[in-house]
Each structure stands twice: as structure tokens, then as C-alpha cells.
Write a protein that binds this ligand. Structure first.
Ligand SMILES: [Zn+2]
Ligand SMILES: [Zn+2]
Length: 341
């Protein structure tokens, strides 16, 4: 065992203890990273508030940090600013060979193992699971790379063209990232459906048109479409009623990409899928090289990170309270934890 570090340890549904923990001993290819920033993700809310997590885990996977010690065979040196890339796909399984390394079956299944993440002062990580941050990108912006890579993967699977009509269901961090990327890529016809005033306001400041879910119509007959149907719908909320309303917004041959998760399973109108030949797909994790693409996009300066990232930062002590506020929709942008704060 190596040195202790302070961490927010998950004890059970709705319970986090900020306490000292022992870090694993540094292996030959491992890095000891001093966490700079770590974003709070919807997955963290499911793990901590909904009890999906394995007790004694430390969550937090959207991090940037400084390498402060390195194993003797690690390919990255002390003093390097890095981001977690979360993946070290095997390269050999069916998913990897199909170019879908985000589904690599050699990696542990979600929610089945104790997780040791970055809601901590330090973490130990294999050098194969990080990327150096390019010059000109600060640690705060770099911490946005993981949610951005998730949004990019959803967009890849949708194969959205700039002249298509797009609807984004939900404007939490992933919805907002999808909106920002599409607008930066020249899309103009973009409607965000979101019940929270705060998040609709964020969508508008990003440059999207918005509406409240109550204002959506669903054609009474599954073969009919609305007056201005979407070619692509991104469902990012995971909320049952929102998911169920998406199919009715699509044009013939439309595509629905499901990114948000929830355990209150929706009922989908299969008649509508059949009569309009709709394509429904899930989007999980990232494109091959998705982190590098996301870092490039951050470095390009084309995304309004000042809008996408919540101003200010919270310390580990404020994490649980912030999770509750995020769940209540009281925060619009991506919240960053600064463990040292
Ligand atoms: Zn995440
Ligand atoms: Zn694999």
C-alpha cells in the first residue's frame, strides 16, 4: 500500500463519506495523479443517489490532473497534465474488431466492481488509461473531455447531416454538449425539449430553439407524423415520459439515439417504428479515439465552455449536496469538483 489520500467514499444510497483512504501501490505502468478537476456525471448520480454503485467505491471518471509519480515502465512522466480516458480496450473482441471499442467485452461490466475514481485528492491509474492534455488547454477545460466524447459518439451513431432537422430531448450536460457540437458544426435547425427553465435558458444561450415537453404533440395515429418532424432525435434525459415522446417527433426513416439512462423503463410504440421505418439505437461510451477527438475540439476553441461548465468549483465536502441539486434540475451546466478546494 502507498500513501493515504482524501476521498469521497460511497457507503450506500445517498451516503458519501469524505475520509482518508489508502491508495493501491503504484505498479510499474501506473501513475499517481493529483486530481485537478473532476466533473459530476449522471452516472455518478445513479451510483450514489440511486444506489447503483458498489459500496466503498470512489466515483468520478471525468477528471484531469497532474502526474506526481510514475512507475518505472509508465510511458508518461511526472509533471504531465493528463485526462482519464477510461478505456483500455482489448483490441481483439468482436466489438473492438468492429470499431466499437466502447463496447469492449474484456472490460468489467458496469456496476459489478468496486470503482476507484477521481472524487479524491489523488488516484492511481494505468498510464494506458490516460491521455496527455495538448498545450493551450487548461486543466478545467480538459476535465470536460469525457462528457464531450460521449456526445461525439452519439452524434457519430446518428450520422447527422448539417441540413437535417434535429431534436434534443433534455439539456443536462450531455444534451448541452450535443447541442454545442452540432451548432459548432454548422447545424442550424435544432430544437431542445426541456422542462427546466434553467436548462432551457442554457439551450437558448447556446443558440438552440427550445420548447417545454408539454408543448409537444403526438399524432394520434402511429403512421402520422407531426407538422415539422425531426430527422434525428437525441434522447439524453433517460426520463420515461421524455423517451416515450421521442418517436412521435420523427419523420419517416428518422433516427432516435438513446443516450440517457434510467430504470423506469419506457414503453415504445412499435407500430410507429414500423409504419415510419424508424431506426432506434443506443449510444454507450465513446468512438474509437473519441477522447483525442474531444481534446482536439476543446483545443480548437469552437465550443462555448464558459456556458457549458458551471462557474466556480466545489470541494469534496460539497459533492453530495451538489448531486442532490443536480438531480433536482437546479444546476444547468457541468459541475466540476476541485478536490483541493
Ligand atoms: Zn460521465
Ligand atoms: Zn475488446
Amino acid at each position: 500500500m502507498s500513501d493515504p489520500t482524501r476521498a469521497a467514499v460511497y457507503r450506500g444510497p445517498g451516503r458519501l463519506d469524505v475520509t482518508e483512504v489508502q491508495l493501491p501501490t503504484l505498479g510499474p505502468t501506473d501513475l499517481l495523479v493529483e486530481v485537478a478537476f473532476c466533473g459530476v456525471c449522471g452516472t455518478d448520480l445513479h451510483n450514489v443517489l440511486d444506489g447503483w454503485g458498489v459500496p466503498d467505491s470512489i466515483f468520478g471518471h471525468e477528471w484531469s490532473g497532474l502526474v506526481v509519480a510514475a512507475g518505472d515502465r509508465a510511458q508518461i512522466g511526472v509533471g504531465t497534465l493528463v485526462v482519464g480516458s477510461g478505456l483500455s480496450p482489448c483490441g481483439e473482441c468482436v466489438s473492438c474488431r468492429a470499431g466499437r471499442s466502447g463496447l469492449c467485452r474484456q472490460r468489467g461490466a458496469i456496476g459489478t466492481e468496486r470503482y476507484l475514481g477521481a472524487f479524491a485528492d489523488h488516484l492511481v491509474v494505468d498510464a494506458a488509461e490516460v491521455l496527455p492534455v495538448p498545450d493551450g488547454v487548461d486543466a478545467r477545460s480538459a476535465a470536460y473531455v469525457e462528457p464531450l466524447a460521449v456526445a461525439l459518439h452519439a452524434i457519430t451513431l446518428a450520422a447527422t447531416q448539417p441540413d437535417e432537422r434535429v431534436l434534443v430531448s433534455g439539456c443536462g450536460p450531455i444534451g448541452a454538449a450535443v447541442v454545442a457540437v452540432l451548432l459548432a458544426g454548422g447545424h442550424t435547425d435544432l430544437l431542445v425539449v426541456e422542462p427546466s427553465d434553467l436548462r432551457r435558458d442554457l439551450a437558448e444561450r447556446l443558440g438552440a430553439a427550445t420548447c417545454h415537453p408539454d408543448d409537444l404533440e403526438t399524432p394520434w395515429h402511429p403512421g402520422f407524423t407531426v407538422d415539422e418532424p425531426a430527422d434525428v432525435v437525441f434522447e439524453t434525459s433517460g426520463v420515461r415520459a421524455a423517451v416515450e415522446s421521442c418517436l412521435g417527433q420523427l419523420a419517416g426513416c428518422g433516427r432516435l439515439v438513446l443516450v440517457g439512462t434510467g430504470l423506469d423503463f419506457p414503453r415504445l410504440d412499435t407500430g410507429r417504428i414500423i409504419l415510419n421505418e424508424l431506426v432506434v439505437t443506443g449510444a454507450y461510451n465513446y468512438d474509437d479515439n473519441g477522447f483525442a477527438a474531444a481534446l482536439d475540439l476543446i483545443a480548437s476553441g469552437s465550443l462555448p465552455l464558459d456556458l457549458l461548465l458551471e462557474p466556480g468549483t466545489i470541494g469534496l465536502d460539497g459533492l453530495l449536496d451538489t448531486m442532490v441539486r443536480l438531480r433536482a434540475g437546479e444546476v444547468a451546466g457541468k459541475v466540476l469538483v476541485r478536490p483541493g478546494a
